[in-house]
Design a protein around this ligand. Structure first.
Ligand code: ADP
Ligand code: NA
Length: 329
């Protein structure tokens, strides 16, 4: 079985875009892959976080994943910082990666903007740690969105340079797993911005801990327009808010946008939003209530993460120990 590595930043409560674009796909991968699910708290630290908040977000993230169907018994779910292999291989990779490669990373340029000098060095070398996360497990498959493809390319470049410099064939090539139907979910307040847990407006997103009432209210208040829905997806081209709501409906019910419009085309947003709210409540409210239930017993969640860290360590320790031997430690 191919080993899959997936990392998610424990920063805030997961939102619907994380669920449809990542988490749901991870749940499906468990059937035919050997999966490592890592809460990347070391990456979260690249931007200052309140310590208590970081700990709380890690637990919330773990609870959401388990409630969504990640199986921490059959697969591995743990905190990155609990397994020293990440930091150790991350350092070796910092010494392999070239500054020129890091300078070309578009995500750092976007995140740092003009005041580049004010950002942490950790944010800049993030791609080397991400490469270490994957290679510490000899994982060969990583589920990523379009925006993360450059990170996999640099992870492969780092591994190739390591193999070349030390004259070995130690780290395998990683291939991206692009989910067949990764929906891109946009903000409920602005159809041109992606839904994000870091958006200052909580009304812009559905969180995986929202109650049924909160979900219904957010959909009712979601930005739309005054035209009836078209009968085909092509008719949504210049209507980002409408297209987003149709895309969410389609993704939640595993249908195409055209299938959804065959049912709702010609109608206004009133009945469509009611049906969408009902669908989201039916599918997400059980996940949300299970998440809240798991969060009530943080000692149990911490125990699950400790066991996950022990299993992650059993896989990564021999690989990283060998990498350390190869570099001459
Ligand atoms: P956020 O912007 O909410 O902080 P992250 O950047 O932590 O999300 O992304 C975590 C995962 O969720 C990634 O795999 C990313 O591709 C996916 N993801 C995040 N937001 C969306 C979205 N709006 N639509 C689809 N997928 C998303
Ligand atoms: Na983010």
């Amino acid at each position: 079985m191919q080993r899959v590595f997936s990392g998610i930043q424990p920063t805030g409560v997961p939102q619907l875009g994380n669920y449809l674009g990542a988490i749901r796909n991870w749940v499906r991968l468990q059937d035919d892959h050997d999966c490592v699910f890592c809460l990347v708290d070391m990456h979260a630290l690249t931007v200052f976080r309140e310590p208590a908040q970081l700990r709380q977000d890690s637990l919330a993230q773990a609870a959401c994943l388990i409630a969504s169907g990640i199986d921490p018994q059959k697969h591995v779910l743990y905190n990155q910082s609990a397994v020293s292999a990440h930091a150790r291989l991350g350092w070796i990779f910092n010494c392999v990666v070239r500054l020129g490669w890091l300078n070309r990373m578009t995500q750092f340029k976007e995140k740092a903007g003009k005041d580049r000098e004010q950002h942490s060095a950790g944010l800049f070398v993030y791609p080397a740690l991400m490469a270490a996360d994957i290679h510490a497990f000899h994982a060969t498959r990583v589920p990523v969105g379009e925006d993360q493809k450059q990170h996999l390319e640099i992870a492969n470049d780092i591994a190739a340079k390591f193999n070349h410099d030390y004259g070995v064939d130690f780290f395998p090539t990683i291939e991206p797993l692009i989910p067949p139907s990764a929906a891109r979910v946009m903000s409920l307040r602005d159809g041109t911005k992606k839904m994000s847990k870091s958006d200052p407006s909580a009304q812009s997103r559905i969180e995986l801990t929202d109650t049924a009432d909160e979900i219904a209210l957010k959909i009712r208040k979601a930005k739309s327009d005054t035209e009836p829905l078209p009968s085909e997806n092509a008719g949504l081209a210049a209507r980002p808010e409408a297209r987003n709501l149709v895309t969410i409906f389609a993704a939640m019910s595993d249908l195409s946008n055209d299938d959804v419009l065959a049912r709702f085309g010609g109608q206004g947003f009133g009945p469509f939003k009611s049906a969408l709210a009902e669908l989201l409540v039916e599918k997400l409210a059980p996940v949300a209530s299970e998440t809240r239930r798991l969060l009530e017993d943080s000692a149990h969640l911490e125990q699950i993460l400790r066991e996950g860290a022990a299993r992650a360590n059993a896989i990564a320790e021999p690989i990283v120990t060998e990498a350390e031997r190869l570099v001459g430690y």
